[in-house]
Design a protein around this ligand. Structure first.
Ligand SMILES: [Mn+2]
Length: 427
């Protein structure tokens, strides 16, 4: 399996879900859906109330634009591409897009190439019957791509999906990019809504709902589940709303009318696996703390346990006097004998930009792609090991290889952490 040298995900997971029956049951609504609420002044007693408050003209403008795009693609089939390790924000927004697009007789499949490995994401997908499917590059090769008239990127800009290049090579048009990560590359897309100042893509999608792109109905089970998924996505990308800003709170307030608090609680109560606990233990043991940065290498991990890395970073950042945690390890994909260094950054320091920090620390590969990036308070990186992959049955070699990577990553991080020659201010 080829792993992308770029912006990595922040939460991830392990399980393949099948497209379920339930979503086939949703009523197919008429194709022409007026954007009824976009131009209503903020005095009505419906969902339009929130959206048109200050600063949201962009949200209504984008909602209108998206509607026009969907109208132009009626009766088509689209692929919704998520990052290889989709997080709740991505999963819930993809589902929302699918439900919105359904009204225009656009049939979407939600796909990701990696795994779901975070216990909460597995629970989310299972408990809501969220219709995401795992398609590896191999799966993609077995498909007739001419069946689809376009693809959509949600909560990512293609840099974290190994499927992107195959779709581009097949000449499939990019219909929409909807994301809140910093702009990664100049993508040729018909519709673009990239808002790095927004804390969650779920906020953007909730604004589309409020603008009337889909009228949520509490009596429709699937709507309730989707609203719950969005609430989970919004919460998880804002550190349980602690980093939420006004528009995220507005979105959460709107979702609160529809979501199922018990279902959300069930998702949040999913337990960590023993292997994840073991990785957190290693992170605790190996961490070094310098200048309020906590840095820990955790050695080798199985592909399915990849998500233990961001979870360990989440935990390390809770230590007193630590504002930023970076955890990394070598993730081994047994199927393809490929290895990649995967790392996650978490910060509570408002003035630290994870995107800038990671790009500065690790730079770019030979094709000019950054090894990672980020959004508010979180970031990640993936460094392919190429020729050095495998050979770990020789334990002395495996140990030496880990030490080299561990040392190199620490050097690169400490260069920024050390205030002496720190290009990124950490006062
Ligand atoms: Mn997100």
């Amino acid at each position: 399996m080829q792993l992308n040298p770029s912006l990595t995900q922040f939460e991830s997971f392990s399980l393949t879900t099948e497209s379920n029956q339930e979503d086939a049951e949703i009523d197919t609504m008429p194709v022409e859906v007026p954007l009824s609420k976009t131009s209503i002044p903020p005095s009505t007693n419906d969902g339009g109330v929130y959206i048109l408050q200050r600063g949201n003209s962009l949200a209504s403008q984008k909602s209108e634009e998206l509607q026009k795009t969907l109208l132009a693609h009626r009766h088509e089939r689209q692929l919704i591409i998520l990052q290889d390790f989709p997080d709740p924000d991505a999963l819930s927004c993809a589902w929302t897009y699918q439900l919105i697009a359904q009204q225009y007789d656009i049939k979407c499949e939600i796909i990701y190439a990696g795994t779901l490995s975070h216990q909460e994401n597995i629970a989310l997908v299972k408990l809501t019957n969220l219709p995401a499917q795992r398609w590896t590059l191999q799966t993609l090769k077995g498909k007739d791509l001419s069946f689809y008239q376009g693809f959509v990127l949600i909560d990512n800009q293609g840099t974290t999906s190994q499927l992107l290049s195959a779709l581009q090579q097949a000449g499939m048009p990019l219909v929409a990019v909807i994301d809140h990560h910093s702009l990664q590359a100049d993508l040729k897309s018909e519709f673009v809504d990239v808002r790095p100042h927004v804390r969650a893509t779920a906020t953007i999608f909730t604004q589309y709902l409020q603008a009337g792109l889909l009228t949520l109905d509490s009596s429709i089970n699937q709507h309730v589940k989707c609203a719950t998924a969005l609430m989970h996505g919004l919460r998880s990308d804002t550190n349980r709303l602690m980093q939420a800003q006004e528009e995220d709170f507005m979105a959460a307030a709107y979702l609160s009318r529809f979501y199922d608090a018990q279902l959300l609680n069930a998702v949040l109560e999913a337990n960590r696996s023993k292997r994840v606990m073991d990785v957190i233990e290693r992170a605790l043991k190996n961490r070094i703390v310098q200048n309020n940065f906590s840095i820990a290498g955790v050695g080798y991990l199985r592909y399915d346990d990849r998500d233990a890395i961001p979870q360990a970073a989440d935990f390390l950042v809770t230590e007193e006097n630590v504002h930023t945690a970076v955890v990394y390890g070598i993730v081994h994909d047994e199927d393809d004998e490929l290895e990649v260094v995967i790392g996650s950054l978490r910060t509570t320091k408002l003035t630290l930009d994870p995107d800038e920090f990671i790009k500065e620390a690790f730079g770019q590969d030979s094709t000019g792609r950054f090894f990672g990036g980020g959004r508010t308070s979180a970031g990640g990186f993936e460094i392919p090991m190429g020729f050095l992959s495998g050979g770990n049955e020789n334990s002395a070699y495996a140990k030496m290889k880990w030490e080299v990577f561990d040392t190199q990553i620490k050097q690169k991080l400490l260069r920024l952490v050390n205030p002496k020659d720190n290009p990124i201010q950490s006062e």
